[in-house]
Design a protein around this ligand. Structure first.
Ligand code: FAD
Length: 362
């Protein structure tokens, strides 16, 4: 699939509008469904290939890559849910997986709508609540920020806090599926990103939004540990920005020996960061243990930070020709900073690294 995606991205547009045509091409080529099994319309790809796909998309259009991570990561996290589900929930989990995969085949967009103002990317600090609705299912109440796709999404998957008596076996937070056109869902039009302009990452207000359906099985997030899948995909976005800058400045190879040296240095740093990310991605297992999760935290932190630094170094070499609004280099320069802001945001990641530092299980 990675070769098909590379070919597809050659026709991608890259401007500040929502990239409807790019997304449609990805849907049509079933890229967003690729982690599902072939019997469900996917290609059964592993995380490593999903990372390569996001990087390739990011090189062509970082905003499209950011958008793609959300449904692609959901497919990746869900694909193994039935095998991780407790026996009592296995059948229902499989039925839900099949239904969601059918929706992907029909072109529906599942988008992440989890972040909250002041939570700093911490799931535990989620304030949105899920309560049983009289009409059946659950109703969500709370405010989300940075919900990429905005009104272009069909279904949001949103973290919310249920109660153990209403959802026995639940974790502190669970994912809930909310149709974006359901009652009680208000998608604002307030995105004014520094970069990533086309992602339409708006605020979303839930006021007893229903029907909301729990995703997977009770305890899904703590058992299946799907977040690490997204973290690896998020790291691939700034990496694609760095690659885009390297290619822009390096082809044709500049005549200046000093510039060639700087580009060669950036190329080595890029290759090292990419190798680290691909290695961590290839170690991915459903329900990853603490050692794997710590590795992913280090990887996401290192790769997003290093890619941002590479981009800053390259931009400084770009000269006046590239010092223009809307240019490829300046665009990648603004877009790359989304990498350190994406979950887990850099300050939170650094706090976690310091707190959990250990080389004993390494
Ligand atoms: C372009 C872009 C697109 C995005 N798209 C999506 C999306 O589609 N869906 C989605 O759900 N999210 C999305 N996000 C959000 C992103 O993934 C992060 O989760 C979110 O940005 C982190 O929160 P923050 O930056 O608002 O942190 P801030 O609230 O600004 O906090 C910054 C730092 O303060 C500290 N902090 C503050 N409050 C707490 C707390 N309560 N506990 C612990 N530490 C705290 C932490 O160190 C934290 O890193 C997007 C972000 C960007 C930049």
């Amino acid at each position: 699939m990675i070769d098909d995606v590379r070919a597809l991205t050659r026709s991608f547009s890259r401007d500040e509008a929502y990239p409807a045509a790019n997304v449609a091409k990805l849907v049509e080529a079933r890229v967003l469904a690729a982690p599902f099994a072939p019997s469900l319309g996917g290609a059964g790809i592993a995380l490593r290939e999903a990372v390569e796909i996001i990087e390739a998309i990011a090189e062509a259009c970082p905003g499209t890559a950011l958008l793609a991570t959300m449904p692609l990561g959901l497919a990746g996290g869900l694909a193994s849910a039935p095998e991780l589900a407790p026996p009592a929930h296995r059948e229902a989990t499989l039925a839900q997986l099949e239904a969601i995969a059918a929706e992907y085949r029909a072109g529906k967009i599942y988008a992440a709508c989890n972040s909250e103002k002041g939570a700093g990317g911490s799931l535990a600090a989620t304030r949105t609540i899920a309560r049983r609705a009289a009409a059946g299912g659950f109703a969500l109440t709370g405010e989300k920020i940075l919900g990429s796709f905005g009104s272009h999404a069909d279904v949001f998957f949103s973290t919310a806090k249920p109660t153990a008596d209403e959802l026995p076996g639940c974790g502190v937070v669970e994912f809930f599926l909310v149709p974006t056109r359901a009652g009680g869902v208000d998608i604002l039009d307030d995105w004014n990103g520094f970069g990533m302009r086309g992602t339409e990452s708006h605020t979303v207000r839930y006021q007893s939004a229903q029907p909301a359906t729990p995703l997977g099985f009770p305890g899904f997030i703590e058992t299946a540990r799907p977040l690490e899948y997204w973290f690896c995909l998020f790291a691939a976005i700034p990496l694609g920005c760095a690659l885009s800058m390297l290619r822009t400045l390096g082809s044709p190879a500049p005549a200046s020996p000093a510039l060639r040296l700087r580009l060669a240095e950036a190329q080595m740093r890029y290759e090292a960061a990419r190798a680290y990310l691909l290695d961590s991605a290839s170690r991915s297992r459903p329900g990853g243990d603490a050692a794997y999760r710590a590795r992913v935290l280090r990887t996401k932190t290192f790769v997003s930070q290093e890619a941002t630094r590479i981009c800053a170094d390259l931009f400084a070499l770009g000269g006046g020709r590239h010092y223009v609004r809307g240019g490829r280099l300046s665009g990648a320069m603004a877009d790359v900073f989304a990498g350190t802001a994406l979950r887990p945001p850099l300050p939170l990641a650094l706090d976690a690294l310091v707190e959990a530092f250990s080389v004993s299980d390494w």
